[in-house]
Design a protein around this ligand. Structure first.
Ligand SMILES: NC(=O)c1ccc[n+]([C@@H]2O[C@H](COP(=O)([O-])OP(=O)(O)OC[C@H]3O[C@@H](n4cnc5c(N)ncnc54)[C@H](O)[C@@H]3O)[C@@H](O)[C@H]2O)c1
Length: 339
């Protein structure tokens, strides 16, 4: 078997479980890391580390992973990983990477750090010292439609954005960080942040200590993106609505529904135009292989022939923005710079 010797640390929902979600399977050929690893010729998936017996049984029985253990040291000795997928919650990721001498690249899940640790910063320091490239699974950075829009397609379709509205649920460090990253990818870097209401504990977030609140991002060119929250107990929505000078682009259902609304003559007033809310054109979603494409990039990065589409340095900016939003909330909505 050729391919990069690969180890997965943490074998829960994002590593494997989401691959069993039948509804997700209608849209995603690759809903979890295991599906991408099992299919991608660039990787020789040799091991899984997870302390949970059920996760170990899943790796062994459903994915025929040869080395399954609770101990990082055992896995490192048996696999000698060239690539590690960090799909356990933060806390022990930096220490695990420090114990892997043959690494050529790392792929990790957000958030970068937990409330009680600096795992992300520690990981960044170790990898910088050893010159190991790190990718973070902000998968829209690999999605074909998102990449086309980010490289000129957005302005081509709707002109220059004038107003941007986002929605998220659970917490800032949970799916909101994907939306912050998406705004940066599509429109531009964030200069300042401002909380628009008090932070409340996001008890339903899988990220310990996570919080949710409405907030605004002012981008470097002066545009403003404002975000509100919805309670997933009522329904789930993670989306972005961009009103441009010549059209409107609406992303709903986490990328499953992307609609362009055209500009037309205003139906209710002479000498004015409108964005027609009833004439939307849905764009074909391309999410099905986005995670597989993260692995395309990961393999190329590990072999030194590409740079990361979603590098750790960029994910650290998302984490910094989240921290500053929380700081703004603690300071009664004071506008704060991100630097
Ligand atoms: N990029 C995305 O869209 C996305 C989606 C879901 C989850 N995530 C992130 O992925 C990470 C995992 O989330 P999940 O939903 O799979 O969680 P999960 O609870 O379903 O699975 C986590 C697994 O990690 C194992 N684990 C815990 N500590 C470990 C350690 N020190 N070493 C090895 N294994 C350990 C647990 O036993 C469990 O099996 C979280 O950080 C989460 O925020 C990202």
């Amino acid at each position: 078997m050729t391919g990069l010797r690969t180890l997965v640390l943490g074998f829960g929902a994002i590593a494997s479980g989401l691959g069993r979600d039948e509804k997700m399977a209608r849209y995603f050929d690759f809903a979890c890391h295991a599906q991408a690893l099992a299919a991608h010729p660039g990787f020789d998936w040799r091991g899984v580390v997870d302390p949970a017996p059920s996760a170990q049984a899943d790796a062994r029985d459903n994915w025929q992973v040869p080395q399954v253990t609770a101990e990082v040291a055992d896995a490192v000795q048996a696999v000698r990983p060239e690539v590690v997928i960090l799909a356990a919650p933060p806390g022990a990721r930096a220490a695990a990477v420090a114990a892997m001498p043959d690494l050529k690249a790392v792929l990790l899940e957000k958030p970068l750090s937990g409330p009680e640790d600096n795992d992300g910063d520690d990981l960044a320091a170790i990898c910088a010292e050893r010159n190991i490239p790190v990718l973070v699974n902000y998968w829209r950075r690999a999605d074909r439609l998102s990449r086309t829009l980010a490289s000129g397609g957005l302005v081509e379709r709707i002109g220059r954005p004038q107003a941007v509205f986002g929605l998220y649920g659970k917490g800032l460090a949970n799916n909101c960080s994907h939306m912050i990253d998406f705004v940066r990818m599509l429109i531009g870097e964030v200069a300042t942040v401002q909380a628009l209401g008090p932070a409340r504990a996001a008890a339903d977030s899988s990220v310990p200590g996570d919080q949710a609140l409405p907030f605004a991002l002012t981008l470097e060119d002066g545009q403003v993106a404002s975000f509100g929250t919805v309670d997933f107990a009522h329904y789930r929505e993670v989306g972005l609505d961009i009103w441009g000078e010549t059209g409107r682009l609406q992303f709903l259902l986490e990328g499953l529904s992307t609609t362009v609304f055209p500009r037309a003559e205003n139906r209710g007033l002479e000498n004015a135009d409108e964005i027609s809310p009833d004439a939307g054109e849905m764009l074909e979603p391309t999410v099905t292989d986005s995670l597989y494409r993260i692995y395309d990039n990961l393999a190329a990065v590990a072999l030194g022939s590409a740079t990361p589409w979603s590098p750790l340095s960029s994910a650290l900016v998302n984490a910094r923005i989240v921290d500053r939003i929380l700081q703004s909330a603690a300071e009664d909505g004071r506008r704060l710079t991100v630097d």
